[in-house]
Design a protein around this ligand. Structure first.
Ligand SMILES: C[S@@+](CC[C@H](N)C(=O)[O-])C[C@H]1O[C@@H](n2cnc3c(N)ncnc32)[C@H](O)[C@@H]1O
Length: 243
């Protein structure tokens, strides 16, 4: 399975009910207000924080590689009475008609790109779609290995139709040379004696700071001094067209 297709099917269904972290919309609203509009969220998924930013009247569109996540985003938008424009594309093959003053990812979604070549293609896409004077915000982190005691531990939630939803870590492989960590996750849905069980490899790829800056430079972007994000292990990279 391509990394860009991870959030499909049972994973998209379970993502909302068993979400492990929610990004603070305030941070991204402040970024859009500062960098300007229109704005674009890459990897908007089922709509956090995109829908909250739209609710606040900000001119923000979304992009995601998963049709299933976008369907959920559109449904949530309808339920909340919010209008939203979303595009079904991979960020490494970004091809939209317009340019944006602000392009951002909420949380470490850029770490889902599986290797440096895909990351470079995504940075080139960002560069092509960034308006003159615009800014991109890319939060990154270096994942820690899953603690041994969490392997096999099951998290559960109940779906709207009463089904029991379950997620657990089956195993994990870390490759320091490739800078990847692949966590095999088991997704389960049980209802009325019927079960769906699917094991999916969730890949994270990380960068040494100089490595990410080199990729950004190759894409024609300059990197502002990196900022830590209070209360998280995320580092915020701000990119602009190189002068
Ligand atoms: C962790 S979810 C975050 C979703 C949402 N922003 C949130 O915070 O709830 C990551 C999203 O990135 C999308 N994604 C992963 N790889 C992608 C790619 N190559 N291009 C575009 N979207 C991608 C996934 O489909 C998924 O919806």
């Amino acid at each position: 399975m391509d990394a860009a297709d991870f959030y499909t099917g049972i994973v998209a269904e379970i993502y909302g009910p068993l979400k492990s972290a929610t990004q603070d919309p305030e941070r991204y609203a402040a970024f859009v207000q500062e960098a300007g509009s229109p704005a674009l969220e890459l990897g908007c998924g089922d709509g956090d924080p995109l829908l909250e930013l739209r609710r606040r009247g900000l001119d923000v569109e979304g992009v995601d590689s998963s049709a299933d996540m976008l369907e959920r985003c559109r449904r949530r938008a309808r339920e909340q009475g919010v209008e939203v424009v979303v595009h079904h594309q991979r960020m490494e093959a970004l091809d939209l008609p317009g340019c944006y003053r602000a392009i951002f990812l909420a949380g470490p979604t850029f770490n889902l790109l599986p290797d440096d070549a895909t990351a470079l293609a995504a940075l080139r896409g960002i560069s092509r779609h960034l308006a003159e004077g615009g800014t991109a915000l890319v939060p990154l982190f270096v994942p820690s290995p899953t603690p041994a005691e969490q392997i096999g531990r099951v998290r559960t939630a109940t779906a709207d139709d009463g089904a029991e939803l379950r997620v657990s870590v089956v195993s994990e492989e870390r490759n320091e040379a490739d800078r990847t960590q692949t966590t095999l996750l088991r997704y389960e849905r049980h209802r009325d004696g019927e079960s769906v069980v699917s094991d999916r490899p969730w890949l994270l790829h990380w960068y040494p700071p100089s490595g990410f800056e080199e990729l950004a430079t190759s894409a024609g972007l300059s990197v502002a001094p990196v900022q830590d994000t209070p209360g998280t292990d995320l580092q915020q990279y701000r990119l602009q067209h190189a002068g």
